[in-house]
Every structure is written in structure tokens, then in C-alpha cells.
Design a protein around this ligand. Sequence first.
Ligand SMILES: C[S@@+](CC[C@H](N)C(=O)[O-])C[C@H]1O[C@@H](n2cnc3c(N)ncnc32)[C@H](O)[C@@H]1O
Length: 210
Amino acid sequence: MLANKVGKQLRHPTYSLTGWLVSKFFKWHNQILEENAVKLCNIQPNDTVLELGHGPGFGLQAAAQLLTAPEGKLLGVDYSQYMHEMASQRMKEQISRGKAVLYCSDLVAMPIEENTVDKVFHCNCYYFWPDLKAGARAIHRVMKPGGNMVTTLRLDSVIKAAKLKVLTGDKWRPDVYMEALQSAGFTDVRMENKREKLTTLQAIFATAVK
Ligand SMILES: C[S@@+](CC[C@H](N)C(=O)[O-])C[C@H]1O[C@@H](n2cnc3c(N)ncnc32)[C@H](O)[C@@H]1O
């Protein structure tokens, strides 16, 4: 019952006490994942960068600092109205300058033109997508040929969440997601362990081939 409630809020945070608590958890537990995903993306000043499932927007904030050239652009997609508004507030200065655009949308329907994005990152997100192959295809569609995607996770926490039934099915398994990426047209799909201070995290990398 509780696991189900928490799982629902992690998947799609809403305006509620549990939704608010979950947003605090994102900062406490996940900021390190967001910062590492940004670091591992190798963002160049004039890139177009997209974050999927950005939640409160800590990763967007970190990525924006690297997009220093006038052409550099930041895009964000999250289907939670609550998270969209929280991140829009955090990024209001960049949005007002036209440097960042956030969409409240399911990622499979994101209103982003094909072949326009250099780097995509997401953290703690893919396990909530109903169809991993459709999600991977949606990412591949918007990416430029040769563009790079990075996702970060803490596999130990994810395994615990699966044991507690906060995550159900087997979509949380990195190998299942990596297979979906390959079938969508990504190459050089691999997972690496990374160490940040006292935390071990995992990063999945993929390159879009077209
Ligand atoms: C567990 S939260 C992670 C938030 C943030 N990335 C972090 O690590 O703190 C998952 C986020 O992905 C969003 N999300 C899940 N499935 C999505 C989908 N199909 N399309 C768009 N956003 C999605 C949720 O609304 C939520 O904000």
C-alpha cells in the first residue's frame, strides 16, 4: 500500500504531501546523479541539450551553466505538472531569455523536432516508462546523428526499490533498457560504474546512429 503510493509519486509527482516529500527526496538522494549525468555528457557551450524527467530541475540548472555560447540551448521534458512548474520556477531567468524551454509532456509525445539535439540525459527515469522501446525510439528521433545520451542511476537503491515493490516488473533492469536502446538504433551502449565521494553510481551511455 505505502510502496504503491510512493512508487506512484516517484513515477508522476502530484501536488500532495507525498509529492512534496518526494521532491525533497529528489534533492537529497538524486542531486549527485543529476550532476554526474551533466558532467558525463561532455556538454559543449553551443550544444542543444535535453533532460527527460527533470523533476525539480537540479540537472537543468547544472547544464545551463555550461551552455555559455549564444547558440547553446537547454530543453526539458517532464509530464508532471507539479515538477514542470517547480523546474520552471527554478529556471525562470533562463526561460525568460529564451535559453531554456521546458515542456510539460510525455516523452513519447515531446514536441521537439527530429535530429535537433546533441546531448540527452536523464536520471532515475526510465524505470517508470510504460514502454522502454517506445521511450528509446522517442529519444533517438530527436537526436542528431552521433549525439550522445547518458543516464545515471544508483543500482543498489534501484534493486532495493524493486525488492520493496516500489518498482515493479523488470523494466528497472539496466540490461533491459540497454537492449531497448540498441533496438532503437543506438550504438556503443554500455554501463560503467562511477565513484563520487562516498557514493558509487552507474552511468549508461549510448550514441545515436542514423
Ligand atoms: C523519480 S523522478 C526523477 C526526477 C529527477 N530526474 C531526479 O533524479 O531527481 C522521475 C521523473 O520523471 C518524470 N517522468 C516519468 N515518466 C515520464 C514520461 N513518460 N514522460 C515524461 N516525464 C516522465 C516524472 O514526472 C518525474 O518527475
